[in-house]
Design a protein around this ligand. Structure first.
Ligand code: MD3
Ligand code: FE
Length: 210
C-alpha cells in the first residue's frame, strides 16, 4: 500500500512490522543516552524547539551541520550504523524504486522525540548538500503531518496522519517542500510498543566529505 501525495512524496503505511518497530525503538533509546544524547534545540532567535533531538553521523544545529555537539555537551556525534543505511536503502527502493536508491548512502539520522504538546512549525530541510531523498520513519503516537509547497510556507496544505510503523519518502520535487507537524495525537501508540509520545527518525544523505 503506497500513496503518492505529491510528485516524489510517497507514504507507505505500516512499513515496519511490530518487531521492526520495537528494534528501532530500542536503538533510539540507546542513541538518546549521553554523551551526545537527546537534547533541546535552541534557535538563533531565542526560541526552543518543542521536539527534542539526537543526531547520528553529522550533528544538526540551527542551521548547519557539525561533527560534535556544538550546541550541547561538545561530545563527538554518534556514528551512523551500516544497518541503518541498509534500512534506508530498502525504504527508498520500496517507495520510489531501485533507481532512486542507487546514489550515495545515507550518512545522517535526525531523531526527534515529541511529547503530547510538541509540534514542529512549517520549514524546509535545506542544510544538506545532497538533494537525495529523505526517509522518515514514525514510532509511537500518531501525528498530523502537514505537507505544503516548495515556493511558499503558505497554504494549500495536505494533512496526513502518520502512525507507528509508517514510512514516508520525500524525493525529487518534494525534497525542498515546506512541511511540519501541527500536532501529536496522544494515547494512539500501539500498546505493545511501550512508548509514550512520538519518535520520528529521518535518514538523509549529507553530500559532505567524510
Ligand atoms: C519533507 N521531521 O526532521 S518527518 C525534520 O515528524 C522533520 O519529526 C518531522 O521535518 C517529524 O526535518 C517530519 C517528514 C519529513 C522529513 C523530512 C523532509 C518530511 C520532509 C525533508 C524534505 C521534505
Ligand atoms: Fe523537516
Amino acid at each position: 500500500d503506497r500513496t503518492e501525495i505529491a510528485p516524489g512524496a510517497v507514504h507507505v503505511p505500516d512499513w515496519l512490522d511490530g518487531d521492526g518497530q520495537r528494534e528501532l525503538l530500542r536503538a533510539c533509546r540507546e542513541w538518546a543516552r549521553p554523551p551526545a544524547g537527546l537534547r533541546t534545540v535552541r534557535t538563533p532567535g531565542g526560541g526552543t524547539m518543542t521536539a527534542r533531538q539526537v543526531c547520528l553521523g553529522w550533528h544538526w544545529y540551527p542551521y548547519a551541520y557539525a561533527r560534535t555537539v556544538v550546541d550541547g555537551d561538545g561530545a563527538p556525534v554518534k556514528p551512523f550504523p551500516a544497518w541503518l543505511a541498509e534500512l534506508g536503502r530498502r525504504a527508498v527502493t520500496d517507495a520510489l524504486g531501485a533507481e532512486a536508491a542507487s546514489g550515495a548512502p545515507f550518512d545522517i539520522a535526525l531523531i526527534n522525540f515529541y511529547g503530547a504538546d510538541a509540534r514542529m512549525g512549517m520549514h524546509r530541510d535545506g542544510d544538506e548538500k545532497s538533494h537525495a531523498p529523505v526517509v522518515s520513519l514514525s514510532l509511537g503516537d500518531s501525528c498530523v503531518f502537514r505537507f505544503g509547497n516548495t515556493g511558499t510556507r503558505a497554504r494549500p496544505y495536505t494533512d496526513v496522519e502518520l502512525r507507528s510503523g509508517d514510512l514516508f519518502v520525500f524525493g525529487g520535487p518534494s525534497r525542498l517542500a515546506y512541511h511540519g507537524v501541527p500536532r501529536v495525537l496522544p494515547g494512539t501508540a500501539p500498546r505493545r510498543l511501550g512508548l509514550t509520545g512520538r519518535l520520528n527518525v529521518t535518514l538523509r544523505v549529507s553530500g559532505f566529505r567524510a
